[in-house]
Design a protein around this ligand. Structure first.
Ligand code: ADP
Length: 390
């Protein structure tokens, strides 16, 4: 009996001890589980945070705007690659870094500030620097500076304004002449004088319409609007351009000679655009030559390029003007051009056409001896023995 009691007590004790130990163990396991879960959560949160930080950082690193971030004391904490060159300041770039530092100091006082900085280069650049305070719930986190390169938008804006000014100027001259001629014509009783005045009215009206045509052509070519690409035999382009240039050439008594290769050279092109380019080169060659000075058009294959060269024995172009003549409205000698009737859009058209076709236009010229303009466009991958698609 006593033995039984002792055994029962011992077993009960064992069970109790076991239960207590089990409970302890459970507690430990649960606590351990919780801790692990907390750690996991923290790790995951930290992981997400650093992933987001990486994302943020990568975004800032790739944007084409300079970003500089400073703490409240003004110490730079981060600078993205776009803003880096200004920190390694040399020459003009030091100006940008000075502007950034100055604006950030002002921004640290809670103001949004901005300034334009001109770098005289080369290359010439205009930068727009702005700085903003970084504040949240009344706490100061420092400031951020943003650097934008506004050189290109500014250039386009200036070009647009110049363009409008130039058009107005070019249109005003024939418009003024027309109005004056019409006024005189209205009071003219002598039929001979009246007929002379009427001829001048007509000439000015033609001039106006030529300007409008050039403007429309340039704008169409610039926007590459409705541009079609098809295999075109260069020979057809030359003959189209020749028939357009002939009336002026005949009037001025400037002969045009052509030298075509034995094979038809075929380019993939917008025929209308290409014809317009060759016509403008021919028209200039005639316009800027004296009578009996022949103009020669040569077509040849140079490597993979089809080249059309228009060579004249005219006035020539001084070297300092040769780079600029392809700009819109640029004229070497406005008084001479006025008599010839140009407005300075022809070569801008030629250059656009060349660019649109992945080609180029080159000039060689000697004052008093003549000029040679070469339009080069890539050859199409088919070379036909005869008469490609007209
Ligand atoms: P424009 O309508 O005045 O002819 P372009 O753009 O065709 O305008 O040409 C720009 C300027 O380049 C002309 O005003 C002229 O001074 C010069 N130029 C162009 N082609 C020739 C040429 N073949 N010979 C001499 N000068 C030329």
């Amino acid at each position: 009996m006593i033995v039984t009691l002792v055994v029962v007590a011992a077993v009960a004790g064992l069970i109790l001890v076991g239960a207590v130990a089990w409970r302890e163990h459970r507690h430990f396991v649960v606590a351990e589980d919780n801790r692990r879960r907390d750690d996991e959560l923290l790790r995951r949160q930290q992981g997400e945070l650093s992933e987001n930080e990486t994302r943020l950082r990568l975004s800032l690193d790739t944007i084409s705007q300079g970003v500089v971030i400073a703490d409240p004391a003004g110490n730079v904490l981060y600078r993205n690659p776009f803003a880096l060159p200004y920190a390694e300041a040399r020459h003009g770039e030091a100006l940008v870094e000075a502007a950034v530092a100055e604006l950030m100091t002002e921004a640290a006082q809670g103001r949004v500030v901005e300034r334009e900085v001109e770098l005289f280069g080369p290359p010439r650049q205009t930068l727009f620097v702005s700085a903003l305070p970084l504040r949240l719930d009344g706490r100061d986190y420092g400031s951020v500076a943003l650097i934008d390169d506004i050189t290109e938008p500014q250039r386009l804006d200036t070009m647009r304004r110049d363009f409008v000014a130039n058009i107005s100027h070019e249109l005003r001259t024939p418009m003024g002449a027309l109005s004056l001629l019409a006024e005189t014509l209205a009071g003219e009783t002598d039929p001979e004088v009246a007929s002379r005045l009427a001829a001048r009215v007509q000439a000015e009206a033609i001039r106006l319409s030529d300007i409008m045509d050039d403007l429309l052509e340039l704008s169409r070519i610039e926007s590459n609007e409705a541009s079609e690409r098809a295999p075109v035999a260069i020979q057809h382009v030359i003959s189209d351009a020749l028939s357009r240039a002939k009336p002026t050439a005949e009037e001025k008594e400037v002969p045009i000679e052509t030298a075509l290769p034995a094979l038809d050279l075929v380019v993939r092109a917008d025929r209308r655009q290409l014809t317009s380019a060759v016509f403008n080169l021919l028209d200039n060659a005639v316009k800027y030559s004296e009578a009996d000075r022949p103009v020669r058009v040569t077509t040849r294959l140079e490597g993979d390029w089809v080249e059309v060269e228009v060579r004249d024995q005219g006035y020539g172009i001084p070297p300092r003007h040769q780079e600029r003549i392809f700009e819109r409205f640029y004229q070497v000698d406005r008084s001479r051009e006025r008599t010839g009737g140009g407005v300075g859009l022809g070569l801008a058209i030629v250059r656009h056409v060349a660019n649109n076709h992945g080609g180029e236009v080159r000039v060689e010229s000697t004052e008093g001896e003549g000029s040679s303009f070469t339009l080069a466009v890539p050859m199409a991958d088919l070379l036909q023995p005869n008469g490609a698609q007209p």
